[in-house]
Design a protein around this ligand. Sequence first.
Ligand code: PEP
Ligand code: CO
Length: 461
Amino acid sequence: MSNSPALNNWHPASWQSKPATQQPKYSDPVKLERAVAALGRLPPLVVSWEIEALRERLARAQRGEQFLLQGGDCAESFEDCESDKIAKRLKILLQMSLVLLQGLKKPVIRVGRFAGQYAKPRSADTETRDGVTLPCYRGDNVNRPDFTAADREPDPDLLLRGYERAALTLNFVRALIDGGFADLHHPEYWDLGFLRHARLRDAYQKIVDSIAESLEFFESMSGQRVHAASREDFYTSHEGLHLLFEQSQTRYIERQRRWYNLSTHMPWVGMRTADIGGAHVEYFRGIANPIGVKVGAAMSAEWLQELVQILNPQNQPGRLSLIHRFGHKDIERRLPEMIRAVRATGAQVLWICDPMHGNTETTAGGVKTRRFDNILGEVEAAFRIHADAGSTLGGVHIELTGEDVTECIGGARGLAEADLARAYKSQVDPRLNAEQALELAMLIARQTGTVGRMKKTPSGG
Ligand code: PEP
Ligand code: CO
């Protein structure tokens, strides 16, 4: 069977013989061992048939039949594990997916960056403030963001707290969805209340009305209900960074005869941990989940070709998504060569654009931000470059929140640098707020409509 790790000396701990970057340094190995053993006994958060259902949908997205919307916080925080924040994040993702569905005329696969996005890669191991040097903050699964020695000390028990919060988050998301929250017949459930920009609000209302009209038409014609929400309307993803954590939730499923990471549906390999000979690539090659790989400016075409070969040797449909994040300037130069390189391997992949991580900048005042126009510019360029190359952009990967934060500059309400201080909450990367995220979805929907139409003209292709 494809991806059968038994053939290649793979086992859930085989990564331990390779260099593992971005791992915290724990001072108490006994406590760490105890926490990891406890995690290994806990029941899984997701099951293999959900994972397989997602893989099949991703395979359809590879064929251009569906579109992936992946989004959520850069780093989830334990403190934000509360009903209002979880519901708001779900609402904005649902609103965006409705807009994309209407614009693209294809089913939208919704994958949250949530229920486990608690470990962060960092560019330096330590941080120095006023002459004091402490370990860097690596996400709530590892340590705490406050700048004290106690807060920054990696604590193995946080892995258990993170796992529990992931379970609480997922439980709530699933209960909402089972209760009809994601039902297309009830977009009024997703009202965020603070969509204040009139043009945006009107445009969104038009989309909602048009979907309601279409549903009514088809249902009266066919005598059947068109869309019944199910728990498959939401999948989870997180960066598979903390390898002891990921290993502890890796289980052999007898019926599928394969190993799965059952802490999430779709883990991804981050840009900083994608080395060919490294521990992360070793771990990821053996799990059967659909996986993502971030592709950034530091990656060469040959490196990417090797990754594709190692991570999906059997070329299984839906298995591999490449999430490119070059930035609005570099994408013009770098993406075409990457598309050619992957095509030369004969591999099927799903191309996803992450327009966030190549567009981060620091203001003169030292605040990390991103400009809405650069984010939009990168997505637009991605659609165009893929279409010109006879390839398809099959999804977007966005850092966003359902809250009214001020972390990114621009958008319909014209957030300026001076506004950033007002409601900047992210501990790590700046996120689009709900209004900016919805506006982005609308502009993407319009863009893809154009690209789709362009491709259908007789001279196109
Ligand atoms: C992220 O997705 O938050 C991240 C760190 O991305 P990348 O690995 O692409 O830098
Ligand atoms: Co980020």
